[in-house]
Every structure is written in structure tokens, then in C-alpha cells.
Design a protein around this ligand. Structure first.
Ligand SMILES: Nc1ncnc2c1ncn2[C@@H]1O[C@H](COP(=O)(O)OP(=O)(O)OP(=O)(O)O)[C@@H](O)[C@H]1O
Ligand SMILES: [Mg+2]
Length: 305
């Protein structure tokens, strides 16, 4: 395993995380070898798409193709996120989300699916269609005892994170934009309805949507108990170039309506979650990856009515 190729972005993320990250990177070949021994796996090629850990093709003891995911677990938040991902895979039972073959406290083994939608070079409308069809298969009730945050929790977290990141970056966009986002977060938290909440993926975009024969399944879930509109909002927040190329406010509304009508959802609620997701992702992208990454999200938000 000493020759295992770690993707550049995974290595960069590890090295940006001090001693804990360096140790994770140094221990990785040995950790993968130990997991492979434990689960009787033959290790193949590393997937290039991951950033939050190692994703590698394997073959299990029965010769079946599978995918081993070894996330970078550096702090309590990473462990929580990993536990939530396992919960989503379990609850989905292979519907709308990759089937879970095995898991423990440091890795998970998934059924091996096909390429993600962006590797297939689909048009944007086909990308949106693929992701919404996977989501429609995923959404299901969440039993009350299951430990997933609610849409209200997430809206409150987004409000805090938006305000804090805007301050850390010394105010990269106008104050009214941030105020508007925070007001909408309050509105979404208040409007959270436990009765209609479902299992929500939380990061359902094309890079997390892989082909499964003629259909599609999601990978890399965040895991929430929230509205379907919350899940659809990620598709509204992404793919900004086309929105910036025309009448942005109208194009955003059109996409919200298209997404809502595909899934029999409420377009205004998709729009509201999309707005707060967009401001939050824009600020976080600016902070961690630079202004070029964050600015398009914020420009779309500024033009949105
Ligand atoms: N079960 C699977 N079958 C086939 N391909 C997969 C599978 N799981 C992941 N992949 C591929 O690996 C890529 C990265 O996987 P994943 O999104 O789980 O990694 P990550 O490091 O958590 O990603 P992110 O950068 O979004 O945090 C996906 O875009 C997909 O192409
Ligand atoms: Mg991913």
C-alpha cells in the first residue's frame, strides 16, 4: 500500500489541518491496509473526486466490486458528520443512496456504482433531472429516535455561520444581503414542520450523484430531518454561471419552479432555502478557497429578488 496515490485535494486538506492532518495522512496507507484485512478487501484505484477523505475502489471477499470510504476524521464535528452519513445510508437501505455493505467507526463500504453525472458530461437540465430523481427515491420518514439535526437546527446554524464568516472576511458583501439572509433563516426555522419532514441528503449536487444502471443514486450524504424543498435548494445554489449570464432574478425563480414542479414541492420554499444556502456557501467558499470561488454565489444572491 505504500504506493497508494492520495488525490491532491485530499492531501492539501490534510496538510492545512496541522499536526492532526499530517498524522492522518502519514497513517493512511497502514489504516487502509488494516481495514482491507479486516473486511477481506482487495484494494484497487483511488477515486479522484474526493476531498474529505480517501475514496477507493475495492473488491470484496466474494469478488463483488465495492467502494471503501475512509473519511478524514480530525475532530468531533468530523466524527458527528460521519455518524450522520452512516445513519442516512442505513435508513435509505439502498434506495436513492448507495447501499451500505459495512461500516465501523473509521470507514464505510458501499456498493460500487457508476460515474457521477459530471463525468458523463450531461446538460444542466439532465443533471438536475438525475439529482431530483435520486432524491425522490431517498426521501422517506425518519423515525423519531434517529439522531439527525432538523431543518430548524440547520437554519439557526446557517444564520450564525453567515454572520460569523462575513465578519471574519471583513465584510466582503453589503450588510443588507447578510441581514436578508439572516431574516430568511429565522423565517425557515420558525416554519419548520416536523410533520412533513423527511430524510434529507443535504448536499445533493451532481458530483454526489452517480449512475446506477439506467437510474441514479446519491453518495456523500450530510443527513438532516427537514423538508424536501431544503434538499432541492442545493441545486438552486449551484451552477451559477448560467444564472449570471442572463436575467439572474428570473432565472433563479424559473429554476426554483422547475425543481419544485418535478417533485411536487413548494417553489417559494425552495427559493428561500436556496437564498440562504447560496449566501452561506459563497462566504464559506470565499473564506476557504478564495474570492473567485465565493463571489459568483454572492453576486447571484445580490441580484436575486
Ligand atoms: N459508491 C460509489 N460508487 C461509485 N463512485 C463513487 C461511490 N462513492 C463515491 N464515488 C465517487 O467518488 C467521488 C467522491 O466521493 P465522495 O463525494 O463520497 O467523497 P468526499 O471526499 O466526501 O467528497 P466531497 O469532496 O464532496 O467532500 C464521487 O464524486 C463519485 O464520483
Ligand atoms: Mg462529495
Amino acid at each position: 500500500m505504500s504506493s497508494m496515490h492520495v488525490p491532491d485535494l485530499v492531501e492539501r486538506r490534510a496538510l492545512a489541518n496541522g499536526e492532526a492532518g499530517r498524522r492522518w495522512l502519514a497513517d493512511l496507507p497502514e489504516r487502509v491496509r488494516a481495514i482491507a484485512d479486516r473486511w477481506q478487501l482487495v484494494v484497487g484505484n483511488v477515486f479522484s473526486g474526493g476531498t474529505a477523505g480517501l475514496v477507493v475502489a475495492v473488491t470484496d471477499g466474494e469478488g463483488c466490486p465495492a467502494v471503501l470510504k475512509v473519511p478524514m476524521l480530525l475532530d468531533g464535528a468530523d466524527h458527528d458528520a460521519f455518524a450522520r452519513a452512516v445513519i442516512v445510508h442505513r435508513l435509505a437501505g439502498g434506495n436513492g443512496c448507495a447501499a451500505l455493505l459495512a461500516s465501523d467507526d473509521e470507514a464505510l463500504l458501499l456498493e460500487r456504482l457508476g460515474p457521477n453525472v459530471h463525468d458523463l458530461d450531461l446538460t444542466l437540465v439532465d443533471v438536475l433531472g438525475a439529482v431530483t430523481s435520486a432524491l425522490s427515491n431517498l426521501w422517506r420518514p425518519v423515525p423519531p429516535h434517529v439522531a439527525l439535526p432538523t431543518g430548524a437546527d440547520q437554519a439557526a446554524w446557517l444564520a450564525t455561520s453567515i454572520t460569523r464568516t462575513w465578519d471574519v472576511l471583513e465584510h466582503p458583501c453589503p450588510r443588507p444581503l447578510v441581514d436578508r439572509a439572516v431574516r430568511l433563516c429565522d423565517d425557515l426555522a420558525e416554519g419548520f414542520d416536523p410533520a412533513t419532514a423527511v430524510l434529507v441528503h443535504g448536499d445533493a449536487h451532481g458530483w454526489n450523484t452517480v449512475s446506477d444502471g439506467p437510474g441514479w443514486k446519491l453518495v456523500d450524504p450530510e443527513g438532516l430531518r427537514s423538508s424536501r424543498e431544503h434538499d432541492l435548494a442545493v441545486l438552486l445554489r449551484e451552477y451559477n454561471e448560467v444564472l449570471l449570464a442572463g436575467d439572474t432574478a428570473r432565472l433563479v425563480r424559473d429554476r426554483a419552479e422547475w425543481l419544485a414542479s418535478r417533485c411536487d414541492a413548494d417553489s417559494l420554499l425552495v427559493w428561500k432555502w436556496g437564498f440562504v444556502e447560496r449566501v452561506s456557501t459563497g462566504l464559506a467558499g470565499w473564506r476557504h478557497l478564495g474570492p473567485d470561488v465565493g463571489r459568483p454565489f454572492l453576486t447571484v444572491a445580490e441580484r436575486t429578488r
